[in-house]
Design a protein around this ligand. Structure first.
Ligand code: CUA
Length: 219
């Protein structure tokens, strides 16, 4: 989970999140190079001697500064597309979890595992124990096995919600009348916190998600 002064991405707990972090760093590096170059050029304009003020056209330089940014954009576009299709891949999941967004709590169903169904509410601040996280802990956690492919189906019963776990690189909208699908693979045990990410009403901030990742034999 995110703690004090953690302004960047959280540590990844899945291979897809690892790839997302790599892509973020890659895109940021390109962004920094462009910013430095443009910043330098803008600064140098202050020292312009106007030696070319009668110049009306320059085919070559126009060619260069049109094609060069296009090529640079391809260096972002191709890894982005690769990641997009990687995120969409469902690799023979062993468990399916269905998350249903309600105003304002999540309910879960393990449709292919003993038909377990339960609701998951945030623990109010006045009922928190000393080891609980305010606005983040829930009464019933989702327990999932680590090192296995997990399929997530997301929908909603009333308005649009969004099932989001930053450490796993998952963010899927739950839309009434639709069933969205995604998948992830948790590669370490622990508690992973998430929150609803679609402005869904008065208590939008108070419908957190907690995943408890355990070894398969404990699951
Ligand atoms: Cu549910 Cu915001």
């Amino acid at each position: 989970m995110s703690t004090w002064a953690n302004l960047g991405l959280q540590d990844s707990a899945s291979p897809l999140m690892e790839q997302l972090i790599f892509f973020h760093d890659h895109a940021l590096l390109i962004l920094i190079m462009i910013t430095v170059l443009v910043g330098y050029l803008m600064f140098m304009l202050f020292f312009n001697k106007y030696v070319n003020r009668f110049l009306l056209h320059g085919q070559l330089i126009e060619m260069i500064w049109t094609i060069l940014p296009a090529i640079i954009l391809l260096f972002i576009a191709f890894p982005s597309l690769r990641l997009l299709y990687l995120l969409d891949e469902i690799n023979e999941p062993s468990v399916t979890l269905k998350s249903i967004g309600h105003q304002w709590y999540w309910s879960y169903e393990y449709s292919d595992f003993n038909n377990i169904e339960f609701d998951s509410y945030m623990i109010p601040t006045n009922e928190l124990t000393t080891d609980g996280f305010r606005l983040l802990d829930v009464d019933n956690r989702i327990v999932l096995p680590m090192n296995s492919q997990i399929r997530i189906l997301v929908t909603a019963a009333d308005v649009i919600h969004s099932w989001t776990i930053p450490a796993l690189g998952v963010k899927v909208d739950g839309t009434p009348g639709r069933l969205n699908q995604t998948n992830f693979f948790i590669n370490r045990p622990g508690l992973f916190y998430g929150q609803c990410s679609e402005i869904c009403g008065a208590n939008h901030s108070f419908m957190p998600i907690v995943i408890e990742s355990v070894p398969v034999n404990y699951f």
